[in-house]
Design a protein around this ligand. Structure first.
Ligand code: NZQ
Ligand code: ZN
Length: 390
């Protein structure tokens, strides 16, 4: 196993009726709070009133920024950073899904610098040395933003959707109440499951053979998604299903499973180019790409990983020959994503056009070839895009 540093100090309040601790946690950082949220789902589920009531009762000076978009835009980040400076904010409270959380992270960082927050992104990105403290209330299990150091922001003016990691962006406290996800639509529940599945697959499909403990952990999380996502679709208010999915989303990307792995992620850089141009939901793009990428990477040098995955996650009969098991593991992954979760399966169904493949492939490789499970050049990425047509 490689050397690694594991340092995830986010304090998590997990479960129902934990919001009574919200005000006291915020007050540890100060009295002036900027609360951020999206397009209104938190009002529909009564969460907005609960949170505002709680904070006002505690004497907190509350400012608000609403309307953060799915695939959040740099304009929202700029506005949040500006408000933090104008009102001398002590702590940011992000209430929502990954988009709200991600945008809030860069508002918190933008509040500490004089330059445009977009300069945190790209090849010549400015350092993120500090950020205001961030507290989150998660309402959608998917991205893991509640417990990770990353975020992804879109810039329509440049046609880019770029991610950035920095320890300063890690939420200090996150409230994870599975009942807040009961109202998440079938589609977003399915996309969330596909996203967390991809976060694990990006790490699990690895040629290193010495990560047995972490492999077992990842297989357990993959089995959790395969078991509970269909239940959450059938019974949106099934606490056990929502709770298992929510905690899996956090652990899929909080750094624990990485274990010093040095290979890059593959489907995420490709997907971010799809949602940059077509504004599709991240998990949907991943669902379409993942089985095709798996198929593209399968050969005699990689087959063992597919066998391990197919046997341990999907229970495929281990006595068959390796290639048969590997192909069956890809078929079962596609069946789960497209038939069980009901996500669309081709680029054509979501309106992605061939004329954009070349530019999306070049941008997916903007930092060089993708050195993942198998190294992908722009030409490889274009080939995977073509496979997404069938
Ligand atoms: O805006 P509102 O009204 O809140 O509605 C949202 C939005 O329309 C709705 N929603 C959220 N919670 C709800 C709810 N609807 C009903 N009931 C609830 N309880 O769901 C829609 C999607 O929300 P969004 O926050 O966009 O979804 P998600 O959590 O999947 O976040 C996606 C973004 O995160 C990025 C993605 O690229 C994308 O931009 N990612 C962030 C990562 C990270 N921080 O590490 C990693 C991921 O790989 C990903 O790239
Ligand atoms: Zn993702």
């Amino acid at each position: 196993m490689n050397n690694f540093v594991y340092d995830i100090p986010t304090k998590v309040y997990f479960g129902e009726n934990q919001l009574g601790k919200l005000a006291q946690e915020l007050l540890k950082f100060g009295r002036r709070v900027l609360m951020t949220y999206g397009g209104g789902s938190i009002k529909k589920i009564g969460l907005y009133d609960r949170v505002v009531g709680e904070l006002k009762a505690a004497g907190i000076e509350l400012y608000e920024l609403s309307g953060i978009e799915p695939n959040p835009r740099i304009e929202s980040v700029r506005e949040g950073a500006r408000m933090c400076k104008e009102h001398n904010i002590d702590v940011l409270l992000a209430v929502g899904g990954g988009s709200t959380l991600d945008a809030t992270k860069f508002m918190a960082a933008g509040a500490c610098v004089d330059h445009d927050p977009w300069e945190f992104f790209g090849a010549d990105a400015k350092p993120i040395e500090c950020a205001l403290p961030i507290v989150t209330i998660l309402t959608l299990a998917a991205t893991g933003s509640e417990m990770d150091t990353g975020g992804v922001i879109s810039n329509l003016a440049t046609g880019d959707k770029l991610g950035r990691l920095a320890p300063a962006l890690l939420p200090r406290v996150s409230f994870l109440d599975p009942t807040l996800t009961y109202s998440v639509s079938r589609f977003q529940t399915a996309c969330g499951a596909a996203d967390m599945m991809s976060h694990i697959i990006e790490v699990y499909f690895n040629t290193q053979k010495d990560l047995f403990m972490l492999d077992c952990f990842m297989e357990g999380m993959l089995k959790t998604i395969v078991k509970y996502a269909p239940i959450a679709l059938r019974e949106p208010e099934n606490y056990e299903a929502r709770a298992n999915l929510m905690w899996t989303s956090s652990w899929a990307i909080n750094g624990f499973i990485n274990g010093g792995k040095r290979k890059a992620w593959s489907c995420h850089p490709m997907e971010h180019e799809l949602s940059a141009i077509y504004d599709i939901t991240h998990g949907l793009g991943l669902a379409i790409l993942t089985p095709r990428w798996m198929e593209y990477c399968l050969d005699e040098t990689t087959v063992d990983k597919y066998v391990q995955y197919g046997v341990n996650v999907f229970g495929i009969d281990a006595s068959q020959d390796k290639m048969t098991i590997a192909r069956e593991s890809i078929r079962l992954t596609a069946e789960f994503l497209f038939d069980t979760l009901g996500l669309q399966r081709t680029f054509g169904q979501v309106g992605i056009k061939r004329e954009d493949y070349a530019v999306m492939a070049q941008k997916a490789c903007r930092y060089g070839d993708i050195k993942g499970f198998k190294t992908l050049t722009p030409a490889d990425v274009e080939r995977i895009f073509e496979m997404c047509e069938q």
